[in-house]
Design a protein around this ligand. Structure first.
Ligand SMILES: [Zn+2]
Length: 728
């Protein structure tokens, strides 16, 4: 029959016209294409499964039991590491070993959460099938996770409900069970899972809800705790005692029906359950014995926790376990001398504003992002986990933002140079349609001012004009993508008040501002700030590493040099006067916000860059506004004392020339009446002044300096150099 058919086809083939044959051929081709696609699809799907399967949980539950204290080392003056401190946790978490855990507690959890726990290989397929089906039909509620899967969910805290996550979790659970025994997994579960009210683990839960140790809890109490985990809010016994009662009685009947308790035990437990009283226990007693960490150490811990969380995709709580219980070796980046100087200055009343509520945040860094010192408040640190104004307070930047939001990016793309003049006029729609602005502090508009003067005097209208030309978008992208100001938000993106004047909606931290200004001292590179060099686990494996980080270029090196010289003028003759330090060239920018609610100084020396903010926690007018600059200087002077003199590394392609103040072009010797020294990149020189001379007036837009002129100019410049400092 079959054969016959085939013959028939063969016959028909012979009789087909060319056209039809083509049709069949293409059908054939389509079939092949389909098969190839199917094959590719299967390959991709397999690849996907393998990639998901390979996503292990980088968390060693065994290490927690060891309760190993992590050590912090710091670098001494010779570059050798020495012991600095121990890493004490500010959270009280007591690990209870499997053998010290009451059997009722284990039985209660297994009975209610995963009755085949000791039989399956990490995944209860019967329940998982149902759960996946649930997801496929779009039901967001989902159950069916084994104890192992729930543990992994807690360790990684990936809460997204999706099939991908579900598949990932299944593979992780199976892998996990290859590495740890059932008892180890249950032990970890009972110690790390969320039992409501911020309780991690059953010991904390027993303390919190019954004011006793887990080993002294009754069957009914164990059932009450076990009942919480499925929904730590709804079954929280302090918030919803009636829900918890219903749930714990379900737990008890599961225990009974699975033979974990006798009928008599069940009856007793039920009657206890009906009269159960919850006592909010105090589990903070041990915390009193924890030494107070300095501001730096606390930031260090937070950075390590954040970095572990991000790198290993684990929950914050898991990262805390690793930090505080797993015997890490932390090579901290603090400069002990800088930190101690900063702490001393801030503790000296005579150097500080008289109003004790006037707060501050201070950060000092070197030019590769190493945080040398960090201070979160002006008050003496009397506890742990206090609010840190250097690293976490998001404040308005005020005029401090102008160099980074406006001038550096505008010079970098060639819109302006050192000698340029800038419009000093209001923009008609700066604050919205028909709302002109901004005002200058000198309450007038000069029509046109030299760019250097605008920076020096922190003029608002010129900054707004330059921003307008640069575009808001470029400014915003520069700040957020190149300089790491990660809190700026959608409102800031379209606000001239935010970008030109620093009236930010999202805000900036002192650490961020300091890091952003490093580009003016290191040739234009942004390095993310770091508080540790590297971190080893207890076996010596590198967990986190900042040693070989490479900075990213934010502006080109000529721009960095030119900006450095522009900001030097802020100190020489502008709002930063008084911050200068003998023998060291201070470069920087002041910043005040509307109504003097924030006062900033971010400044550079060839050794370090530092930023300081002063203000009130609830913003209000500051009367003592001079302190930011003053405290900054006091700390820096002491820090530089004894350091080898050093100068900035300027780009060799940036040269000093005299320029004409009125035309904003290179000065013509003897012709231009008012000149000053400017700094110009070889490849983007302004032409010669045509206002006072016709030396180069043919077409000075294309070129610049003939060799002859160049020589003349350099001569001028050396003449001038002899008088340096006498001109503004
Ligand atoms: Zn001139």
């Amino acid at each position: 029959m079959r054969k016959k058919n085939i013959n028939k086809y063969n016959l028909s083939f012979k009789n087909l016209t060319g056209e039809k044959s083509l049709l069949l051929k293409s059908l054939n081709t389509i079939g092949i294409v389909f098969l190839i696609n199917l094959f590719l699809f299967i390959m991709i799907f397999m690849g996907y499964i393998i990639s998901v399967a390979d996503d292990r949980v980088e968390y060693d539950v065994r290490a927690n039991k060891l309760q190993l204290t992590s050590m912090i080392y710091v670098m001494d003056e010779n570059g050798n590491f020495k012991e600095y401190n121990k890493a004490y946790s500010s959270e009280n978490r007591i690990w209870v070993d499997f053998n010290n855990m009451p059997n009722y507690m284990k039985d209660a959890i297994i009975a209610i959460e995963d009755k085949r726990f000791y039989e399956h290989n990490g995944v209860d397929w019967i329940r998982t099938g149902g759960a996946i089906l649930n997801l496929v039909v779009g039901n967001r509620s989902y159950g069916g996770s084994s104890i192992t899967q729930q543990l992994i969910k807690n360790l990684t805290e990936e809460n997204e409900v999706s099939i991908t996550r579900k598949i990932k979790e299944i593979f992780r659970a199976i892998n996990f069970e290859k590495n740890f025994s059932k008892d180890e997994i249950l032990e970890a579960y009972l110690n790390v899972v969320n039992f409501g009210n911020g309780c991690r683990g059953v010991q904390t839960a027993a303390n919190t809800y019954f004011n006793k140790d887990i080993k002294n809890c009754s069957i009914a109490e164990c059932a009450a705790i076990a009942g919480i985990t499925q929904n730590p809010t709804a079954y929280n016994p302090l918030l919803h005692p009636e829900n918890n009662q219903e749930r714990r009685e379900t737990v008890l009947s599961e225990m009974l029906s699975q033979g974990k308790i006798t009928q008599q035990e069940y009856n007793d437990a039920i009657s206890e359950s009906q009269n159960m009283i919850f006592l909010r226990g105090d589990d903070t007693t041990d915390l009193a014995n924890i030494p107070i960490k300095n501001w730096y150490t606390e930031v260090l811990f937070n950075d390590i926790i954040d970095d572990l969380t991000a790198k290993y995709k684990i929950s914050k709580a898991s990262a805390q376990d690793i930090l505080f219980k797993q015997g890490l070796k932390i090579y901290c980046a603090v400069d002990e001398k800088a930190q101690s100087i900063a702490e001393t200055v801030i503790a000296t009343d005579s150097l500080m504003p008289s109003d004790k509520n006037l707060e501050l945040g201070y950060v000092m860094m070197d030019y590769d992002g190493r945080v040398l010192a960090s201070i979160g408040s002006r008050s003496k640190k009397t506890g742990n986990m206090l609010f840190d104004r250097a690293n976490y307070a998001k404040r308005q930047a005020g005029s401090c933002i102008k160099p980074i939001s406006v001038y550096a990016p505008a010079i970098d793309i060639g819109l302006y140079n050192y000698a340029s003049n800038v419009k000093d006029e209001p923009l008609p729609n700066f604050y919205g349609k028909g709302k002109p602005g901004p005002n200058n502090w000198y309450k007038s508009y000069k029509g046109q001012v030299p760019l250097v003067w605008a920076i020096q005097q922190s003029a608002n209208a010129p900054a707004a004009q330059v921003l307008q030309e640069l575009t808001y978008q470029k400014s915003f992208e520069f700040l957020t993508q190149k300089l790491g100001l990660k809190h700026l938000d959608a409102e800031d993106r379209t606000s001239g008040g935010a970008l030109a004047l620093g009236g930010l909606h999202g805000g900036v931290t002192v650490r961020e501002m300091t890091a952003a200004f490093q580009i003016f001292g290191n040739g234009g590179f942004y390095n993310k700030p770091y508080t540790y060099f590297y971190v080893l686990d207890r076996n010596g494996k590198v967990l986190l590493d900042n040693r070989d980080k490479i900075g990213t270029r934010a502006i080109n090196s000529q721009t960095a040099t030119i900006m450095n010289r522009l900001l030097r003028q802020v100190i020489v003759a502008g709002t930063g006067k008084g911050a200068d330090i003998e023998n060291w060239e201070v470069v920087g920018k002041t910043g005040t916000t509307n109504d003097d609610k924030d006062s900033w100084f971010v400044g550079l020396t060839p050794q370090a860059v530092a930023g300081i903010w002063t203000g009130y926690d609830s913003p209000k007018r500051i009367r003592e506004t001079a302190y930011a600059k003053r405290i900054w200087r006091e700390i820096m002077v002491r820090y530089l004392n004894g350091k080898t003199l050093k100068t900035y590394n300027f780009d060799p392609n940036v040269k000093e020339y005299q320029y004409c103040l009125s035309s904003g072009k290179l000065a013509v010797d003897g012709a231009c009446p008012d000149t000053a020294t400017g700094y110009f990149a070889n490849n983007s020189m302004p032409g010669f002044c045509t206002q006072h001379s016709n030396v180069a007036n043919e077409d000075n837009s294309s070129i610049l300096i003939s060799e002859e002129d160049f020589a003349v100019n350099e001569n001028n410049f050396s003449d001038y150099d002899a008088n340096a400092g006498t001109q503004g």
